[in-house]
Design a binder for this molecule. Sequence first.
Ligand code: UD2
Length: 346
Amino acid sequence: MFMFNSKTVTVILLSVLLLGVLYCYIYQSHRFMSVEREEITADFRFAEVHESRSFHLVSPDHLQYKQPSIEHGRSDVVSVTPWLAPVVWEGTFNPVLLDSIYKPQNISVAVTVFAVGKYIMFLKNFLETAEQHFFVGFNVHVYVFTDRTKEVPQVKMAAGRQLTVRAVPSSKRWQEISARRMELIQLLIEEELHNTDYIFCLDVDSKFHGRWGSESLGGLVAVIHPGYYKDDRSRFPYERRPESRAYLAPGEGDFYYCGGAFGGLVQEVHLLAKTCRKNFEADAKENIEAAWQEESHLNRYMWINKPSKVLSPEYLWQDFKSREPEIHIIRFSGVVKNYAEIRPNV
Ligand code: UD2
């Protein structure tokens, strides 16, 4: 009879053990890889559906509108970025054509607006003027974040438009209220906006004066700040301390974008909000607060992730500024306010 000696038995046992370990490792890594692949595929499919909707522009047959010219147009302003994103100015688009492309898509647009503490006083004007000018005729869902839920004004809204109030805690620091918006926008998207196409995040101390509609739709949408658009980039108030995750070095940056208005496809804004929040919080752990809180992080984000549509300062003017010749229309503007009176801290 064939007999195993103890050496052979040890070798066999070790080989079996090794094979077992190898099997577990291969099995686990295959599982991990397929989960990752599924997530990527799912994300991709989600993006694909939205992308195809935003890129596939179907115009109704027989629509009559002014012939577009290839020789004449706005020559006093630049209407395309170096990465070939449109910069939207009055006179660069046809609103009737755009609405007739987007209305049949039955798109939904969410709006976030924060009215914490005394900023509740701006909400009525914001909501009333939004009814008159913001995506008129579209499905619009306004999300108001406030600590004064009982003071939210009753504003009559047209069919297809609705308002939801979300309670948020008060804060003793305006910087925190402003900056925490990214976190709350991220959570709102995760919790409620699965079936929403686009989102715009706007400052409450503002009002609409003119059309803001389908011409503003895009993947990632930024608004050029009215205060700096004629300045050299060295004068932009970016975060300049290299320790901060919002840092932009001299010689970097395209435009200075507003923290008071940005938007785009829901999944794009989700990534923006999540990234800015993460960077803001990582900075906070090291006791750094960027020069202009979330606005600085947004500017850093947009430097790397170029907006696919840029809105001119018509989309966020400031009432205290005198009108410039290239501004043919003011669509949305920040009202004049007394910071000392309305902010919880100075
Ligand atoms: C700029 C930006 C703002 C933000 C800030 C930096 C524009 C036009 N504005 O404005 O978006 O990036 O710089 O942090 O780009 N809020 C309250 N309660 C408060 C304080 C703020 O609800 O007590 C909310 C409110 O929605 C307000 C927003 O935060 O509109 C921004 O605060 P702000 O208007 O005081 O900031 P400001 O004027 O410095």
